[in-house]
Write a protein that binds this ligand. Structure first.
Ligand code: SAH
Ligand code: SF4
Length: 442
């Protein structure tokens, strides 16, 4: 009988895409998908290690399987992805229930690794390919059938001082444009309408990934232009843009590509140039603000979202106030806000984590409050407007309440039939909150 696989994913979109990819290659190698951990033969935990909080949740979730593992001692538990890469053999002392660990670079070997563990029942650590280019496999499996993610590059070369990604996902490797186009064409033929291109820094995408080559900013624009030509695709999104590499050329090109959505996710991290320098981000607060101005000049009705870290080592009240002031000036549509946590071997882990917990809590609260007010203000002018929505789900408690996204990536809630999921509809916006728009189909 075929062995059944269940995957739990913690973390970013990149991780969600990796889990989907892993399920895809396993299904093509004769494994089956289990609908719950209870009836699986192999449970995989795919986890991000970017923030401590995600990692703590991961370890407590694995430990939560103690009873299941006692009841069914032959069940296999594997840890895959960034956390496995970071801990390697250390995984077994952290969570002894884990049978094997497989880092991000080794996931194309998973079918063999799982077969090996099932047969020999001995622990395995596979984490030696963190810098290797992933084998170009094109598993058909996707979680949905109308919108999906496509990875354009792996790893990162930026070494922001707080960030573990370059260590756990390795140096930046771009996929060949030809392979990406082939994947998107296939998705379009299968009925997918919205594609989100994923990379840690999409702006440094290079079609020819030779080391030592000077950065060609236009490669990402060329990629977008070629995807924009693919019949069937209606919306193209991308993330994440890095402020040191994103340029007005990109914004200008976005304006001329009908399928590229009017949304820019551009992590700022801090409004204090001193802190940005300590973070090794490669731009000043001023330069960042100019970049957003340039985006809004080309795409006046576009949305801009960001990531912020508060409580980086040595952040003073004055640094924090600079962040508040800049947020007030720029007026993001929304922001993901994080409390700093040291992530060794990232460089900043060598600095003293000296902002007190309660100060971090207060600053986070103040930042969230400010952003809520700004988000509300950014959403208010949309009242009375008719917007095109891609319907993507429904409310579990109220099944006739549907949700969807605007091109600017805002969530819209409205009443409708579930048959509309996966379709484009026009909705008139009747009221707004900081986090969603409420409307009615027209
Ligand atoms: N490549 C993307 C995403 C990186 S991870 C980028 O450059 O933006 C996503 C977000 O997690 C980051 O933007 C940052 O805000 C946050 N983050 C990363 N490391 C962190 C840390 N050590 N503590 C708190 N937040 C962190
Ligand atoms: Fe981490 Fe910076 Fe790379 Fe983003 S750009 S993944 S924050 S090192």
């Amino acid at each position: 009988m075929n062995k059944k696989i269940y995957i739990r994913t913690f973390g970013c979109q990149m991780n969600i895409r990796d889990s989907e990819f892993v399920m895809g290659i396993l299904l093509e190698r004769g494994f089956e998908k289990a609908n719950s951990a209870e009836n699986a033969d192999v449970i995989l935990f795919n986890s991000c290690s970017v923030r401590k909080h995600a990692e703590d949740r991961l370890f407590s979730n694995i430990s939560g399987l103690k009873d299941l593992k006692k009841k069914r001692s032959n069940i296999i538990i594997g840890l895959i992805g960034c956390t496995a890469q970071n801990y390697k053999e250390g995984v077994f002392s952290k969570v002894p229930m884990v049978d094997f660990a497989c880092g991000s670079g080794n996931i194309t070997d998973l079918p063999e690794i799982i077969k090996d563990v099932l047969k020999n029942r001995c622990p395995i650590v596979a984490a030696d390919k963190v810098n290797e280019k992933r084998k170009e496999l094109f598993p058909k499996y996707r979680n949905g059938n109308f919108k999906t993610h496509v990875s354009i590059s792996e790893g990162c070369d930026n070494f922001c001082s707080y960030c573990v990604v370059p260590y756990v996902r390795g140096r930046e490797r771009s996929r060949r444009q030809k392979d990406i186009i082939e994947e998107v064409e296939d998705l379009a033929n299968r009925g997918f309408r919205e594609i989100t291109l994923l990379g840690q820094n999409v702006n440094s995408y290079r079609d020819s990934p030779l080391r030592g080559q000077s950065l060609c900013r236009n490669d990402f624009v060329k990629l977008l232009e070629n995807i924009n030509k693919i019949d069937g695709i209606k919306r193209i999104r991308f993330m994440t843009s890095h402020p040191k590499d994103a340029s007005p050329d990109l914004f200008k090109a976005m304006k001329n590509m009908d399928k590229v959505c009017e949304h820019l996710h551009l992590p700022l991290q801090s409004g204090s140039t001193r802190i940005l320098q300590l973070m090794n981000r490669g731009y000043t607060a001023k330069r960042y603000a100019r970049l957003v101005d340039s985006f809004r000049k080309f795409i006046p009705h576009g949305s801009v979202t960001t990531d912020m870290i508060i409580g980086f080592p040595s952040e003073t009240e004055n640094d924090f106030q600079k962040t508040m002031t800049l947020m007030n000036e720029i007026k993001f549509d929304s922001a993901f806000t994080f409390k700093y946590s040291p992530r060794p071997p990232a460089k900043s882990a060598e600095l003293k984590d000296d902002v007190l917990q309660e100060i971090k809590d207060d600053r986070l609260k103040a930042l969230i409050n400010l952003q809520e007010k700004i988000s509300q203000k950014r959403n208010e002018p949309l009242q009375g407007k008719v917007l095109e929505i891609l319907v993507d789900g429904r409310n579990k408690k109220s099944p006739t309440t549907l949700t969807g996204r605007t091109r600017t990536n805002k969530t819209v809630v409205f009443e409708g039939n579930k048959k509309l999921i996966g379709k484009f509809v026009d909705v008139i916006i009747e009221s707004v909150t900081p986090h969603a728009l409420k409307g009615r189909m027209v």
